[in-house]
Design a protein around this ligand. Structure first.
Ligand SMILES: C[S@@+](CC[C@H](N)C(=O)[O-])C[C@H]1O[C@@H](n2cnc3c(N)ncnc32)[C@H](O)[C@@H]1O
Length: 233
């Protein structure tokens, strides 16, 4: 599968949805939870706020946000694929979590009102968008002045660096073989492909500033394997 095709991306995430959470835990050795927790520590959502979880998948960050914005807050989990959203909605019912709305929408064109949110997160979503600049534009459009956003994803490591070698080893020798055991070889081979044209941290900063964010700071996580872009309007 080639990155940048929204229909194919949707199909891919619909197909992996039933095993997505399990594979996330296995393939990151549970560390994705630590990185998501760190992202929210940096962003500091507080009671009563309205937050967006764009490309929410099965809703990890939306649930974590919901715990932080009570009482009086609201979280909107947005994803373009139906299966992850269905799982998120089911979990919301099981965990009696009425303060999250689940919306099937394109993160590039949510149709949500402008300047309506106190904060936004996007974890492992930006890499899948046809156009990261358009993604930043939409996040910026949705946020109130004086709010913040965090974009967490794999780092695009400099070619030839030790970090890049380690990433290639990890993706090819650990991620793909494990995913293949349950029938998801092609879906997880996509991960390395999706990183090829993914902007490096400093370019992400530039793109975000270009669309109007007041500040943009890329912070490394997991010895440079992951990164979080912290934005302020
Ligand atoms: C790797 S998953 C990440 C899920 C979740 N944020 C997490 O960290 O576990 C990427 C998600 O982005 C969604 N996605 C990809 N392109 C999208 C788009 N244009 N609009 C909305 N969601 C999109 C996929 O459907 C998928 O659920």
């Amino acid at each position: 599968m080639k990155p940048g095709d929204p229909k194919a991306v949707q199909k891919l995430f619909d197909s992996v949805a039933p095993s997505y959470d399990l594979l996330n835990d296995l393939l990151s050795f549970g560390l994705h939870r630590v990185w998501k927790k760190q992202l929210l520590l940096w962003l500091a959502p507080t009671a009563g706020e309205q937050w967006l979880d764009l490309c929410c998948g099965t809703g990890d960050l939306a649930f974590a946000l919901a715990r932080k914005i009570r009482p009086g807050g609201r979280v909107y989990g947005v994803d373009s694929a139906q299966q992850p959203l269905d799982l998120a909605r089911k979990r919301g019912i099981e965990e009696s979590c009425p303060d999250i709305y689940w919306l099937k929408k394109d993160a590039l064109n949510t149709g949500l009102p402008p300047c309506a949110f106190d904060g936004a997160v996007m974890a492992y979503g930006l890499r899948n968008l046809t156009d990261p600049l358009a993604g930043f534009k939409e996040i910026h459009r949705l946020l109130k002045p004086g709010s913040r956003a965090g974009v967490l994803d794999f780092s695009h490591c400099p070619e030839g660096s030790k970090r890049a070698l380690f990433q290639r080893f990890y993706l090819r020798k650990i991620v793909v073989p494990i995913a293949a055991t349950i029938g998801y070889r092609e879906q997880y081979e996509y991960l390395e492909k999706s990183l090829r044209n993914f902007p490096i941290g400093s370019v992400q900063e530039e793109l975000a500033l270009e669309v109007g964010f007041r500040t943009a700071a890329y912070r490394s996580l997991a010895a440079g394997q992951m990164g979080a872009l912290i934005l302020n309007t």
